[in-house]
Design a protein around this ligand. Structure first.
Ligand code: HEC
Ligand code: HEC
Ligand code: HEC
Ligand code: HEC
Ligand code: HEC
Ligand code: HEC
Ligand code: HEC
Ligand code: HEC
Ligand code: HEC
Ligand code: HEC
Length: 333
């Protein structure tokens, strides 16, 4: 991810400062093989760098500047595309002073001299002709920094041949902000058809209503957890980002909330049962673990929990079911 503080919507003053920073970075790097990580790290807020940057810029350093013509030349023949480019965010690449391979059209399409002279479409990089992994790598040379995108090449998406350009459109985005091909959740539903009905169930997280997004819980750009789930800043369950009261720590934890996670009892997308519960009857949910017959870490219900109580919700008495600071049996918070 490109850190916003760097270059987003710079006011004139910020721009001057940035240019000065960039220039001094170039000067400092003159004999350091064009190490982009260093140059960018000298900008405020760009601390999250990794080794990939060094390797990539090493390769870039071999580029021959004379093979590049600059965006103005491309614009003479591709007027429409160039207009859209100027409205989008990528014109900002011209603020990068590390060489033409980082700037304008050719930062993505590669050196364009041979193509500009011949107008031969085979002499320029065309994204649809690349594999999704290859085309995504072209974007990642600038966007892989920081947690948001660092794991893209490990993601379920790229492993299944879904790349940046399946969700983003550089030249003709439906949603200008973030250059998206479609708004969420429609974008996600276009492929995840089986997920859509879950959010139409009577009880559901209000994703279709626009209250929260798929990307609040999932990192569509990949991550370390299964299901590409996000975590909190403390690497805890994604649910705690919003349901902070359930995070504890509690003096008396209800073990499954920690060991199996919230999804032990809740369906995260949607459910036919109130409170997004996995079972229509709370008692059946509890008795999946708290029984004599199943081999489980959970203690079986005491014998005085008789037949009559079968009809009484367990949570009538064990009300603080997510954990308690005062009661071993979760009778009260
Ligand atoms: C002299 C005019 C000219 C210049 C300058 C030029 N192009 Fe082209 N470009 C063309 C023509 C003609 C085509 C073929 C169009 C077609 O087949 O529809 C083309 C095709 C392309 C394609 C493939 C389009 C497709 O449909 O797949 C890309 C990408 C492209 N140009 C990018 C660039 C870039 C980037 C530059 C600047 C480095 C550039 N062009 C400069 C004339 C030019
Ligand atoms: C941030 C990366 C990026 C930049 C910068 C960029 N392009 Fe593209 N360009 C793409 C991608 C990706 C596609 C393929 C679009 C698709 O398949 O959805 C593309 C497609 C094209 C095409 C094919 C026709 C079309 O409209 O899809 C042309 C022509 C083109 N680009 C020219 C240019 C020119 C000229 C510039 C500079 C003014 C430029 N591009 C800047 C990424 C970029
Ligand atoms: C040469 C470096 C470079 C390359 C290559 C590049 N980008 Fe970017 N991208 C940028 C910069 C700079 C911005 C503007 C960042 C800002 O405004 O903070 C940007 C912005 C974006 C944004 C909008 C971010 C927002 O917050 O609205 C998206 C989406 C994006 N790029 C996707 C892509 C995709 C997809 C590709 C590959 C086809 C790509 N980029 C290739 C440098 C690059
Ligand atoms: C499965 C769809 C999908 C794929 C694949 C994808 N993106 Fe995104 N991307 C999104 C969505 C959706 C957002 C907007 C999230 C939001 O609104 O918070 C986004 C946001 C962004 C942003 C804005 C910055 C930010 O953190 O919000 C950038 C830059 C970006 N993507 C670049 C890329 C690049 C580069 C690739 C490929 C390496 C890529 N994306 C692949 C869906 C995708
Ligand atoms: C172009 C099609 C496409 C789009 C668009 C798309 N996905 Fe995916 N996604 C896939 C494929 C294919 C897989 C891997 C196979 C699977 O698990 O379904 C996948 C996997 C995932 C997974 C991991 C599932 C698992 O079992 O580990 C999550 C989570 C996910 N996508 C979320 C999203 C979100 C959120 C969006 C919207 C921002 C989105 N996807 C947009 C095609 C897509
Ligand atoms: C409130 C958080 C949350 C939201 C919002 C959310 N998900 Fe999920 N999603 C999860 C969790 C948690 C799992 C893992 C479920 C499990 O392990 O049983 C999951 C699982 C998945 C899977 C894996 C297959 C499956 O169905 O279990 C896909 C694909 C997926 N989500 C896509 C999406 C899409 C697309 C959206 C938006 C339309 C979305 N999710 C919104 C939390 C969320
Ligand atoms: C981005 C914020 C956000 C995240 C992350 C989130 N939730 Fe929610 N959740 C909400 C909001 C807002 C509501 C209440 C509004 C609504 O949707 O009706 C809610 C409602 C619920 C409810 C129903 C409450 C009721 O009174 O009926 C349950 C259960 C729940 N969430 C569980 C989870 C679980 C489990 C996770 C993790 C997989 C999770 N939530 C992640 C925002 C979030
Ligand atoms: C052992 C099963 C179980 C686990 C694990 C669990 N819950 Fe619950 N949760 C319930 C039950 C049962 C209810 C309904 C309580 C009621 O009806 O009084 C509930 C209700 C809720 C509610 C709505 C009412 C309220 O108290 O705000 C939210 C939100 C919620 N849970 C979030 C979570 C989150 C977040 C996690 C993960 C930390 C989690 N739950 C883990 C069983 C569980
Ligand atoms: C996924 C399995 C699971 C589910 C579902 C579950 N529990 Fe538990 N429960 C446990 C485990 C494991 C313990 C911890 C036992 C320990 O600490 O030795 C526990 C502990 C308890 C305790 C404290 C017992 C003690 O001696 O410390 C009570 C009371 C309890 N659960 C009630 C419930 C109720 C009521 C429900 C339904 C709302 C429920 N549980 C659902 C697994 C589960
Ligand atoms: C009428 C109130 C009430 C209801 C309803 C109730 N319990 Fe209890 N539960 C208790 C009491 C009282 C204790 C014992 C506390 C003690 O030993 O001091 C207890 C203890 C437990 C224990 C701990 C057993 C142990 O050996 O540590 C579990 C587990 C438990 N209940 C589960 C459940 C489940 C599951 C349900 C629903 C089927 C349920 N309870 C319904 C009042 C209730």
């Amino acid at each position: 991810m490109l850190r916003k503080p760097n270059i987003v919507r710079p006011g004139a003053a910020v721009l001057v400062v940035l240019l000065a920073v960039a220039c001094s970075a170039v000067a400092k790097r003159q004999d350091s093989k064009g190490d982009s990580a260093k140059a960018q790290a000298s900008q405020p807020g760009a601390k999250e760098k990794d080794k990939g940057a060094v390797a990539e810029s090493g390769a870039q350093a071999k580029e021959d500047p004379s093979q590049y013509v600059g965006a103005e030349t491309c614009a003479t023949c591709h007027e429409d595309v160039a207009q859209g480019y100027e409205k989008g965010p990528h014109w900002k690449t011209t603020l990068n002073h590390q060489g033409p391979q980082w700037q304008g059209c050719e930062a993505c399409h590669g050196p364009g001299k041979a193509h500009a002279e011949s107008a031969d479409p085979d002499k320029i990089i065309r994204f649809p002709g690349l594999s999704r992994e290859e085309s995504s790598k072209r974007c990642l040379k600038c966007h892989e920094f920081g947690q948001e995108h660092a794991n893209f090449l490990r993601s379920e998406h790229v492993k299944n041949n879904v790349g940046c350009i399946d969700c983003h459109s550089i030249h003709a985005p439906k949603i200008q902000e973030k250059l998206l091909k479609a708004p969420q959740p429609q974008l996600c539903y276009s492929c995840h058809k089986d997920v859509r009905p879950e959010f139409s169930k009577p009880f559901h997280h209000k994703v279709n209503e626009g209250l929260i997004n798929c990307s609040n819980c999932h990192n569509q750009h990949g991550g370390f957890l299964t299901r590409q789930l996000r975590t909190t800043a403390a690497q805890d369950q994604v649910c705690f980002n919003c349901h902070t009261d359930k995070a504890g720590p509690f003096a008396f934890e209800h073990a499954p909330a920690k060991t199996e996670g919230c999804v032990a009892c809740h369906s995260p997308h949607g459910s036919s049962n109130p409170r997004l519960l996995r079972r229509s009857n709370v008692n059946l949910l509890c008795l999946e673990c708290h029984t004599f017959t199943v081999d489980s870490a959970a203690p079986a219900i005491p014998s005085f929990h008789n037949q009559a109580q079968k009809y009484q919700a367990c949570t009538m008495c064990h009300a603080a079911i997510h954990g308690s600071n005062s009661d071993h049996f979760f009778f009260k918070p």
